[in-house]
Design a protein around this ligand. Structure first.
Ligand SMILES: [Zn+2]
Length: 83
């Protein structure tokens, strides 16, 4: 186990974020600062939703029926999901 003294002896290594100039303590495999990491994850999720097979999945009869039932329940809260 590495204690604080050992870390001080090794010196804290700093690395630069690959997308902005933010500098953060070195962590193996970490290439982006926290803000960029969050932004990249958000963009990736947005990109994922646009992929053909994801869109195709949303267009199946089953998915459409599910969405219809959901919308119906939302429009008619008093009636609930039962038909
Ligand atoms: Zn960054």
């Amino acid at each position: 186990m590495i204690d604080k003294e050992t870390m001080k002896m090794n010196g804290e290594k700093l690395v630069k974020c690959e997308t902005c100039d933010e500098v953060f303590p070195y962590v193996p495999q970490k290439r982006f600062c926290t803000a960029c990491k969050k932004r990249r994850r958000y963009l990736r999720q947005k990109d994922y939703a646009k992929r053909d097979y994801v869109i195709a999945k949303r267009k199946t009869a089953e998915a459409i029926a599910k969405k219809k039932a959901y919308d119906y329940a939302r429009r008619n809260p008093s009636k609930g999901v039962e038909e």
